[in-house]
Each structure stands twice: as C-alpha cells, then as structure tokens.
Write a new protein. Sequence first.
Length: 568
Amino acid sequence: MRSNCARLKATPVAGLALDGALCGGLIWFGECALIALIATDLGGLSLLRDLAPALARWGLIYGAIGAVIGLSARWGRGIPLLIWLGLAALGPTAVLPAWVYFGPVLLGWGLALGLHRLSLRGRAVLGAGLGAALVLVAIPPRPPPRAGRVQDAPHVLLIVADSLRADRLSPTLTPEIWSIAQQGQRFTAVRSTASWTLPAHASLFTGVLPSEHGAHATHPRLDGELPTLAERFAARGYRTVGLSANAWVSAGTGLDRGFDRFDFLGDRGIAEQLLLARWGGREADLGGAAITRQAQLELERASRDGVPLFLFINYLEAHEPLGSIPGEDPSLGRLWMRDMPRFWCACERDAGGLVCDRGLYRADPARVAEVIRRYDAGATYIDAQIGALRQTLVQAGQWDQSWLVFTSDHGEQLGEDGRLGHMVWLQPSLVDIPLVVHGPGLPVGIDSDTRSLMDLPGWLLASTAGTPPPPPAPGAIAESHPHARSKLDAWGAAFGCDFAPAAVPRRSAQLDGVRVLREANQIWAEANGARREPTPAERARVSGPFDSGSAKVDAQTRQQLRAIGYVE
C-alpha cells in the first residue's frame, strides 16, 4: 500500500508543497496534543488560553516550514522526516532532553502517513480548514468595556523585579532606578511577606499575609475571597493590564483576577521548547524585552484613548536561571537552579562548585562569585528595561503625571552561609526588598520606617487617590510554608542536609531592631547578633495558625516553573 508520503515523489511541485504543509501542520498538532495530554493528566488547562495565539502562530510557521521541506521528497520519501528530526535535534535543550523533541515529530509524521487514502482535493480542503482554524485561534478575545472610565487620573505602573535584593539598588548597578529614586521617594526598610514568588505576590495584590490569603506551597493558588489590587483599580475606572515573566504570577495561579488583560510572556516551558522557538526571533532573556515592548504599546494605547492605565509588570532576569540575558550563555544559566537539589541532598562528593562541609553542601567562592556576576547583570538588564519605560512616558509628556512603583517580591541568598537561591529560609537577604516610588505630589526623600510589602497596596490606592494612607502594620512579618510532600524535604530529612524539614512552618517579624523567629512551636528573638527569649508582645507577633490548602498547579504552569527551577 502506497502512503501519501510515499507517493510524494511522483506528485507535482504544488502537491509536494501541499502535502509537506499538511505534514508540518500535523506535527504541530502532535505537539499540541502532547501539551494538552500532560496538562489534563496533571489537573488543568488554564494557561492554554494564554498560549492560544502563540500556538496558532506556530501552527502557521510549521505549515510554511513543512511546505518547503515537502519539496525534498522528490529525492526520497524519507528525506522530509530526516529534516524534521534534524530541526528537532537543533532545538534548545536547556530544559528538556533532546529525545523529547522527536516524539511529536514522529507522531505528526505518523498521522500524515495515515492520510494516504485522501485525494489531493481532500488534502487541500483539510489544509484550508486547519489554516482557517489557526487564524481564528490567533485572534484574542477583546475584553468587554468597563463602565465609568475616568479621564484625568494618572497612569500607575507597578513593577516587580523578581528576586532582587534591597542591597542591589545602587547608582552603578541600577542607575535608571536610582535616578528615579532621587526624583521620588526611596524606602530603605521594606520587607516581604515571603521568600518566594507566589505568596509574596498574593500579599502584594491583597494586602494580607500568606497565612491569610492562603496562596503558598501547600495551596498554590489565590482563591477569590479577597479583593485584589487590580480589582480595586478597575472599580475606579482604570484599564488594568498585567505582564508577567514568572509562571507563579499567571492565570494558572489565580493572580490574573481583576485584570482586563493579563499576558504571561516568560519562558513557556514545554510549549516554547517544543515549538522551535529558536527561529521565532525571541531575545535571549526571560521575557524582559517582550514585556517592555508590550508595556510601551499599552502606555501608548492608554494615552491615545485617554484612559488611565494600571500596569503591573514582573521582570525575571535577576531570578534563576541566572545569566539568561543577551551576551550570556543561556544553557549555562539554566544549570544554576536545576542542580540545586544536589545542594540540599546527601553529601556524597564535591560537585559543580558545591563542596561537602561537615555534612552539608556549600557553594565554593568561585561559584558564588559567578552567581553574583550573573545576578548583578540581570539586575542591570531589568534597570535598562525600566529606563525604556520611563522614556516612553517622557516622550508622551506624562512622566510627571504618572505613578511608578518599583519593588521586588523577595531577595536571594548570594553565598551567605554558603547558600544560593531562595524559597525556604527567612534571612534578611531573602526578605529585605527595595521600594522606590515616583508620583505627582509625592515628597522627595528617604523613608526609613520599617514597612511590609503587604502595606503597599493600601498605601498605593490611598496615595493615588489623594487620601491619607493607612498606617503600616506593626512589624514586618514574613512566612515560609514548606511543601508538605517534597522530594527535597525527604532527602533532607533522611540525610540531615541543609533544607527545611517537611511540615515545619516558619515565621519572622522585625520589631524595633529586634528580629523574632518561629519554627513550628519554637519562638526566639535575635538582637545585635545575640539570641534571647522573646517578650510576650514579640511572641504574639509570630504566633497563630498557618493556613493550608489543596489547590493544584496545572501542567502548563508546572512546565514553566520547571524551566526556572521551582519544580523537579
């Protein structure tokens, strides 16, 4: 029996191109089917909605590539398959092993072989239907217009540099942000509510602790009980737009609630790994340049329409995988977080810049120095993106009438005690974050009062409305909610290595120069480097229950988180 692809050699040029395009479309279909299968198996398809335009665009690209490749069949029916496999082998392999790319190619090719009974006309109809479907999918739905748009309110830009420590704000490392700080207000004692992205952002959006909003390791989603900052601005008549490079801040975790438009523009994990993204013209970063371009378009659109804009941005280039910026080797950058489990597990031998020291892995000085270099380069890259946004506002004549708020969600350990990374502990290097605000009528100078990230939404809403802001919450509380069933926890417990044991919650507070800490039911205070018993007031600040939940992260979000090292 002669298959469709077996008869390609005897087919006219137009037929070769058509059958090749159909094979390319079916290979694309195979990749999409794999993505959907994984997502369904692990609990959800929420981010496929966000991926739809990109998937449709790649379907058209696959069809065009397939049409060209199809012409090679005149020299042998197996040559197109070999070319497709070659393209798959040349794709980026930093996150997924090379062999994973071959599965969709072979699946799509097999589907194409199964169409041998279709006539040329039937194949043309099938191809036209597939193309029409892709065009329809590529058109994003427009959000319904909100009633009561205001006309004279200022734009509000809330920018988060993910994982940026407070001590990285400087005139040499971040000159654009430092310049903005000289024109506005810089807060020097701000602390996050958590040492990783999801609970910190949920606090930024709701103004409460992780144990109150419930979005953390054991319940990785923000539920709908609490109003979000975006919903509050939308109620004022603002157009609300969110642009995120971190999968923990996306539709998959419920942090898109209240936004008219929320785009995830970071590393899309399996989708962008499989869909030959190397030929898509994307910058060698973690989404920063794409976010800046989209933000500039949103600002120009809002200015043209006379509608105030609340624009939230999450930049990721200071987050693992460090070095994922132009001029660096991204494959090396991706290894920094992916080998972290060895950092926390059994100490069998020295490996990869990690030395075994008294039963614990520690990063050696050379590794720490390289991590710091890449981390600082990421901070400078983010600074340049913010400079481009400021220039857009200046050119539109709206800089002095707009609010720009720059902060972070948490810090990073850069060799303290030999540690690298974040997520588990609550040291100052992990919870001390920068905060710079520039806005009309704002006093210029430095605010050194202790403040919490969860104070920011109430302060911002009041300040942009011209009303007195609420007083800050006493003490800057941070919480850590370790995963209840983590493989890393199991290794740490079994071998006594440097990772938080499972089910041991942590909480810290900063009170008048005294740091109060809690692990499980043990509470103590630290002042001037000395440890002592806490006073009743200090003990009360870190007491109380830790919430938990059972929400699941869907598969596409999980793949994106795997790309930046959060998931094994």
